[in-house]
Structure formats: C-alpha cells, structure tokens
Design a binder for this molecule. Structure first.
Ligand code: NAD
Length: 481
C-alpha cells in the first residue's frame, strides 16, 4: 500500500529537522478505519467490566514504557518535567475513568409520570468510530483525554496527533500493541491537515482540540458529513485582582498561570486587570518575581521556561509584542525572543496596554503578562468580557466570597477563584466553553463519557395500546362549543 506524505519535524531546542515520518495515505487510513470499525462491534459487545480490565492491563504496559515515552515527548516539546508529568497523567486518567464509569449510563427502568401503563429503559449505544485530532502543546494528555472515556464507552478510536510533535507515538503505540484486544480498536497515527480532513470525513463523531481557525474548518467539514463535533479551542483568559487581594498570592498566580509551559496552554492567563490602588505594588512585585525565571537552555534540566514548541508561535508572539510596543506599551522585563536554533522567551511583563492591541484581544500562547489598571470592579468585569473568547478566567480577592461574586459575572466556562488555571488540574467538573472557545458537550465530568453514546429508549406498554377508536372525531361530541 502506498505511504502518504513525508513530513519533516523540527526539533524545538536545536531548530533542526531531526525526525521524519510518513502520514498515512488516504487508502491506508481508510483500511485502518475499516479494521477499527469492524472490531468495534466485538468491543462494544464486551461487558464494561472486560473493557475496564483491558484498559487496566494497558495501564501496566504504559507504566512499563513511561521512561521511553517521556524521553520521546521531551524531544517533541523541549521540556522534561512537564513531559514526565504529562506521561504520568495518563495513568490518572485511566484510574479516574475506570472507577467512575460503572456508576454512569445505568439502564434502569422508569415509569412514565403521565401515562401509568408505560415504563421505559434507556439503552446507551456507543458511536462506532471516534476521530480525535489533537494539537502540539500537550501532545500526550490531549491525545488520551477523550480517547480513554470513548474506549470505555465501547467506541473504536483513531487519534491523529499534531504533525509538530509526533515522536511520542511510536513508544505509545508499542504499549497499545502489547494489549491485542485494545490494539484492535485503538490506533494513534500522526499526520497533517489532509489526514485530519479525511479522518473527519470517515468518523461517526469528532473530538477536536486546537485553534479557532482550524476548529471552524473541522466544524464545517463535520456538518457536511452530518456528524457531531466536540470542539475545544483557544482562549485569551483574563485575571482580575481586587484591592483586597494578597499581593504575594496574586503575583505568584499571575506569573505561574501565564508562564506555565511557556504560556502554551489553552487555559493560560493572558491578560491581567489590577485595581489601581494596588497596581504599582503589584507590578513591582511581579517584575521582581518574573525577572529571576530563566529558560531551560542550554541544559534542559535547568531553568523553568521551555522553548516554543512550534517555531511559528514565536513569530506570532514577537509580532504581538511589536504591535503592543508600537501602540505605546512599555516592556518591564523579557520581551526579546532568544534564538539558540530553538526559540525561547523569558517572562515578559507589559504595562500601558489597552484593548486596541493584539496582545490584549488575541490568543498569545507565550509567557507574556500584560497588566492593566481598573478603577471600578464593573469596569474590570467589562474588560474581562470584552473579547471573542470564553474559555476560562481567574479572580484573586481578599475572600473567596468576593472572588466568587465577580467570577459569576465573567463569560467563560471555568473560573478559578483565588488561583488560576485550575481547570488544568481538576477534570471531574463539567464546563462548557463560551463564545469562540469551543462547542459541544463538556469533556470534563460525567458528560465527558456520556457524550460518546446515543441514547435509545425502549418503551414498554403494560396496558392496552390505543386504537383508531381513541382518535375518532365522535369522541369529542358534546365538548365542542
Ligand atoms: P491547530 O488548529 O493548528 O492544529 C490542531 C490539529 O488540527 C493538528 O493536529 C493539525 O494537524 C490538525 N488540522 C489542521 N488543519 C486541519 C483540518 N483542516 N482538518 C482537520 N484537522 C486539521 O492547533 P495547534 O496550533 O496545534 O494548537 C494550539 C491551539 O490549540 C491553541 O489555539 C490552543 O488554545 C488550542 N488548545 C485548546 C485546548 C482546549 O482544551 N480548549 C487545549 C489545548 C490547545
């Protein structure tokens, strides 16, 4: 069978092309998907307890190869600690879902409250084939986050990870191959745009994580093929800091939640609004803390800030910084892309910013912290809601009650109170994206499992069925006026 396009992959630390792979050809992809579809019928017919047991067996194979997968992922992403914890997080996903799912999707018989002779029972019918398309920023977590619940639901799954970070796939697939019953219904293969498009065309449901621009294309393609699309897209998350906030807490959170993973996280805080009464003190302390954070270069096992995984992202961030400076922003620390082959940026604090700047209105996806003062809390809430995204947000105040009263007025799906980016750490709570940040059911909480079923109802008639006599016009004689 002909192989597909040869894709060259750049090393995020050296900037050199040091990895190549072939995307699947259209024919190869069609053959793999047909194989998965066929095996899915057997997979779905297994009792849930068997699917759980098979995923737990895979967990053992994953753990046995964790070191190797983490090494490959650290080359993909140019960072070690996050790569290691990402790989470890997969066991947590398996544990959480295998414990939770036996309590979900229970087929209990219920009585109709309006028709006493009727009872009914829901049958949960899994989708046949789930197509998953994932981005480069957390390649392993986002490869498995939807795959694990979909497999437990009884679906077959094909994941197409980003062509920017494909190295982890070979050892990850070895862990799957070690469990043949799982390998029959679960396949991961990297590819580019063409593979993504073909996958949407041949799946029964698509889970897409990536940019708004690509998400729109995926949604349109899914609509053409009449399948549901779950879209988890970008954000431009605000943080509001009130006058009563603890300055140490506020600056710690502002720095960590903007710069974690070099800001390459969808739920990164991207803009900070601070009460004018504490603005100068906040900025001074933030700059003190930001200035001592160093890149993990030349030694990957030192420093805190990894390289830009995708070189073009560094260009986007540089262009946004140039736009901000041209419009009057002041850079208090960082601000220069450091080019060592790979590209790094130290935490960059900006003031004198406004919403006419791209850095405030668009997703930056870099370690940049623009800080803007506000005079009234209503103004801060208006600024936080002024934009096209609604993924998540944070509020830091003197009390959780004060923070919550503000958080309730922000148009976003996950609000961290007296912290930031908590949605990255808690997966059990349901949430929806607002505005352009996504569409479809929650990936978190029970809905993250239940969305992989169509619900079929089996309705039992315990009494006499209605006959034509029941609908004869004569029946209402005398009641007509
Ligand atoms: P991207 O949209 O460029 O690519 C995402 C994936 O889509 C890749 O696998 C790519 O190959 C594939 N693709 C490209 N064109 C396609 C098409 N026409 N049809 C089908 N697939 C196609 O995104 P990226 O740059 O890899 O990732 C960064 C973005 O992801 C950021 O915007 C970030 O906010 C977002 N993101 C969102 C979440 C979330 O949960 N909301 C999580 C992580 C990242």
């Amino acid at each position: 069978m002909a192989t597909g396009e040869l894709i060259e992959v750049r090393n995020p630390r050296s900037g050199e092309i040091d990895y190549r792979f072939n995307a699947p050809s259209a024919e190869e992809l069609a053959t793999t998907l047909a194989r998965l579809r066929k095996a899915q019928r057997v997979w779905a017919a297994r009792p849930l307890a068997e699917r759980i047991e098979i995923l737990r067996r895979w967990r053992g194979e994953w753990v046995a190869r964790q070191g190797e997968i983490a090494r490959a992922l650290s080359i993909d992403t140019g960072r070690y600690l996050i790569a290691t914890s990402e790989v470890q997080s997969v066991t947590g996903m398996i544990d959480r879902w295998t414990q939770l799912v036996p309590t979900l999707a229970a087929e209990e018989e219920l009585r109709s409250p309006t028709l006493p002779t009727i009872s009914y029972r829901s049958q949960y019918v899994p989708y046949g084939l789930v197509g998953i398309i994932s981005p480069w920023n957390f390649p392993v977590s986002l490869c498995f986050i939807d795959a694990v619940p979909a497999l437990l639901a009884g679906c077959a799954v094909f994941v197409k990870p980003s062509e920017v970070t494909p190295r982890f796939v070979v050892p990850a697939m070895q862990s799957i191959a070690a469990v043949p019953e799982l390998a029959d219904v679960f396949h991961i293969q990297p590819g580019g745009r063409a593979t993504g498009e073909q996958l949407v065309e041949r799946s029964d449901v698509v889970c897409f994580t990536g940019s708004v621009a690509t998400g729109r294309q995926v949604a349109a393609n899914a609509a053409r093929h009449f399948i549901p699309a779950f879209l988890e897209l970008g954000g431009n998350d605000p943080l509001i800091v009130t006058a009563s906030a603890d300055l140490e807490r506020a600056t710690d959170v502002a720095l960590r939640a903007t710069c974690l993973a070099t800001g390459q996280a969808c739920q990164s805080l991207e803009r900070v609004y601070v009460d004018r009464r504490i603005f100068d003190a906040f900025v001074k302390r933030l700059v003190e803390k930001a200035s001592v954070i160093s890149p993990n270069w030349p030694d990957m096992h030192s420093g805190t800030i990894g390289p830009f995984i995708f070189a073009k992202q560094a260009d986007t961030v540089a262009a946004q910084l140039a736009d901000a400076v041209a419009k009057g922003a002041k850079v208090l620390c960082g601000g220069q892309i450091e080019d060592h082959g790979g590209k790094w940026l130290r935490p960059t604090v900006l003031v004198d910013v406004h919403h006419g700047m791209q850095i405030m209105s668009e997703e930056t996806f870099g370690p940049v912290i623009p800080v803007m003062p506000f005079d009234r809390i209503e103004e801060a809430i208006e600024l936080a809601n002024d934009g096209v995204y609604g993924l998540s947000a944070g509020v830091i105040a003197g009390s959780l009650e004060e923070a919550e009263a503000i958080g309730r007025q922000i148009d976003a799906g996950g609000i961290s109170l007296n912290d930031g980016s908590l949605t990255a750490m808690c997966h059990e709570m349901e949430k929806h994206s607002f505005k352009l940040s996504g569409m479809g059911g929650s990936r978190m909480g029970p809905a993250g499992y239940l969305r992989f079923f169509r619900r079929k109802v089996l309705i039992r008639q315990h009494g006499q069925p209605a006959t034509m006599a029941n609908i004869a016009e004569d029946n209402i004689k005398g009641t007509r006026s």
